[in-house]
Write a protein that binds this ligand. Sequence first.
Ligand SMILES: Cc1ncc(COP(=O)(O)O)c(C=O)c1O
Length: 351
Amino acid sequence: MNVAIRVRKSVRQMRPYHPPLEGRTDKVRLDFNENPIGCSPAVRRALAKLSSASISAYPEQETIRKKAARHFGVGTQELLLTNGTDEALSLIVNTLVDPADRVLLVEPTYAMYRFYSELAGARVVALRYDNEMRFPFSSVIEELRRAPRVFFLPNPNSPTGSLLSTRELRRILQVAVRTMVVIDEAYFEFSGVTVISWIRRHKNLIVTRTFSKTCGLAGLRLGCLFTNEELAAQMRKAQSPYPVNVAALAAAEAAMRDRAFIVRTVREVIRGRKELESGLGKLGVRCFPSAGNFVLAYFANRAKLIVATLERKGILVRDRSGDFAGEGYVRITLGTLAQTRRLLRELKASI
Ligand SMILES: Cc1ncc(COP(=O)(O)O)c(C=O)c1O
C-alpha cells in the first residue's frame, strides 16, 4: 500500500533537540539547573499519601489553584497551572502566535522559546548577549518598535546568569505596546527580582514561574503562568482540561507549605554560588556574575577535557560552547555545599 503522509513544514525544518538526559540518576547532577538538594520531605509524605481513588480519577485542580494564587499573591483568575514552564510557553505560542509572526529572543537563552516558536512556524528574531554577557538593551528597544508578537525574556537568563533591573523591565514594557512580553522567572528565588505584581497594570505582560528549581519538583512537571484575567481566560480555552497530574498537585501543596525548605535551598545555593565564583577565580577560571542557581564559567580550549574528566569522576556539568561563537563555556549548577566543594577539588586536580 502506498501512503503519502505529509509532516508540517515547520516540523520538517526543525533541528532535533535532545539534551543529554539519560543515565544521570546516580551522578552528581550539576548540569540541568535542577535542585540537587532534592525536594522537601513534606512532598514525599504527600505523595505517599495519595489514595487509589485520587490516582484513578482525572485531576481536580481548583483547590490547589486557589492556594497557589494566595501563595504567589495574585487573583485566582490571573493564574494558570501548567505542565512545567514548558507547557506555559507552548500555550503562549498557541494563543498568540500565527505562522510567520515574529518572536523576539536574546540568545543564548533557554532553548524552548525557539523550539515552540519554530514549531508554530513563527519567524525567530534573535539578538545576542555580547562576550561579556551583557544584554543588548538598545537593540531590543529598537526591535520592540517593530512590534514582534512575543518577546521571551527570562530574568535571570540561563545560561548567562544575567539579570535585568525592574527599571529596565519597566522601560521594555513601556516600549512593547504591540508585543506580549513574557518574563520567565524560573530562577526568581535566587535573584529576588520579580514583576508578578505588575500583571494588572501591564496588559502586555505574562510572568512564568516553576516548581522545578527551588522546590525540586522537576520530575513532576509543574509551572505557573500569571497574566491579566482577560488573557488568562483566553489561554484557558487553549489549554487541555487536565494539564497537571494529581501527583504534581499534591506535591505543589506540600512544597508551598514548607517555606523553610525553600529558604534553606536559596541560602545554600547563594552561599555555594559565592564559593564557586571565588574558587573558580582562585583557579584562574573566568566566570560571569550570576543571579541564578548556576554559574557560567569559561575554560577556553580545556572545556571538553574538563567536562569529560569530571564526568569520569561522577560529576555532570553542561558544556554550552555550542551556544557561543567560541569553545569553552561550561554551565555549572549549584548543588549542596558539599557537592560544590567536591567539584572545586576535582577541578583543582584536573586544571
Ligand atoms: C529560563 C528557564 N525557564 C524554564 C525552565 C524549565 O522550567 P520547567 O521545568 O518548569 O519546564 C528552565 C530550565 O532549565 C529555564 O532555564
